[in-house]
Design a binder for this molecule. Sequence first.
Ligand code: URP
Ligand code: ZN
Ligand code: ZN
Length: 456
Amino acid sequence: MKTLIRGGTVLTATDTYVADVLVDGESISAIGAHFNPEQADKVVDAAGAYVIPGGIDVHTHLDMPFGGTTTADDFASGTRGAAIGGTTSFVDFAIQGRGQTLQQGLDTWHKKADGKCAVDYAFHLIMTEVNDQNLKDMSSVVDQGVTSFKLFTAYPGVLMSDDPSIFQAMRRAGEIGGLIGIHAENGPAIDILVREAIARGETAPKYHAITRPSALEGEPTHRMIVLAQLAKVPVYIVHLTCQEALDEVTAARDRGYKVYAETCPQYVVCSTDDIGKPGFEGAKYVCSPPMRDKSNWPHLWRGLRSNDLQVVATDHCSFNMAQKEMGLAGFNKIPNGMPGIENRLHVMWEHGVVKGEISPNRFVEICSTNPAQIFGMEKKGRIAVGADADIVVWDPNRKHTISAKTHLMNVDYSAYEGWQVSASPRHVLVRGKQVVADGKYVGQAGDGQFVKRGRV
Ligand code: URP
Ligand code: ZN
Ligand code: ZN
C-alpha cells in the first residue's frame, strides 16, 4: 500500500520545506517535489498544512492502580485520545509491584496493552524493590527493549526507594546501557507537612500544592543528579515543574553531565490559581509534583528554548471526578494525576508556538524528535526516508475547542475545558496506516504495536 501525502510543508526539528511525502507500507520511502499521484494507492491532502513526525509522549499511566483506585483510561481509550491529538507513540510506566519480579511487572503491562492500542507503545519500568536479583534482572529487561527505569524519591511506603537502592539501580543501569528516570520530590519531608496540614484542618485541594513546596523538588533533583553522576548513568528528571529544579538541571548540564529533563503542558499553562479554585474544582489539578506559582512559567519556557528541558510529556494519569472525590474530606486522599494525552500538541502549539515562546521546529523537537532520540526509538520522531511513517498532517488553521464532552479520553473532565486552540491534526498515520481522517478517528484497537527500544 502506497500513500502520498501531498502539497504540505514538511516541518522537522531542523527544517521547513514544501514537499510531498511518499509512504510505502510502514515507512517513508521518498520525499520530493510534485510526485505523481498515480504512483500511490491513496492520496492524503496536506495543502496549507504542516507534515510533522507523529508526537511521542514518553510519560503516561494507563490502566494503572494508584491511590486505592485505577486510572480512568486504559490502553484503548487513552490511545484513541493520543491518536486524535496527533500522538502516534507513547511510553507507559509498567510497575514492578511489591514482592514481584521485574519480569512479572513487565508481563502484567504487556497483557494490559496487547491488542488494545491505537498507536505504537513502549514501556519504562518502575522499580519498587532493589535487591540483588532485581539488579541482575535489569539486563534482561533492557534486552526486551525496555531500556529505562523510573525510581521515586516520593510516595514513601508505596513507590519510594531510598538513596542506597536508587544508587545501586543507577550503577547497574549505567553498566547495561539503561537510563534512569527520577520522580524528584522529597517524599518523607512532604509526608510530615501533609500530616500537619490535615491535623490543622487544612483539607482543601490547594493544600496539596502548599504541602509540596518547590524547594522539596529542587533538593532531590540535585541529590539524584549527584548520585547519577557518580554512578556514571544518564539521568532523566521526569515532570519538572519549577525554577529550583530547573536551576539544578541547568547547572549540571553546564558542567557537561548527561542530565535530561521533561516538563508537562500543565506546568506551563496551569498554576496554583487552578488548584486553588473554589469548592472541589481544584481537585482536577491535583498531581505530583503539584501546580506551581505561575512565576515559574517563564523559567520553564526558557528551559524549553535553551534545551535545558528537552522534552514535553503529559504524565497522563486520568481519574474521573467520582474518583477524585475520594479526597473530599482530605486532599491527601485525592488520587494524584491529570489527563492530557489528547491535548499535548494542541496546548504546546497554542501556548508555545502561537504565543511566540518556541519556534515551530522546536515544537517538533520537544514533542517528537528528542523523545525518540533520548529513549532509543530509532525509527521514530523524524520525517526521513526509511523512518516509520508516523505522520501528522498538522493544520495550523484547524480550530478546535478542547472539551470533556467531545474528547476521546475516558475521563469526565478536562483541565483545559473550553479552551480554543487554532491548530489540530487533519490526518494522522501510524506506520503508514491512516488512523485519523479529516479530524475523525478511523483506526482500530490493535493498530499500535510494541516498540522495542534501543540502549541509550
Ligand atoms: O500525579 C501524578 N503525577 N501521578 C502519576 C504518578 C507519577 O508520579 O508520575
Ligand atoms: Zn512521577
Ligand atoms: Zn507520572
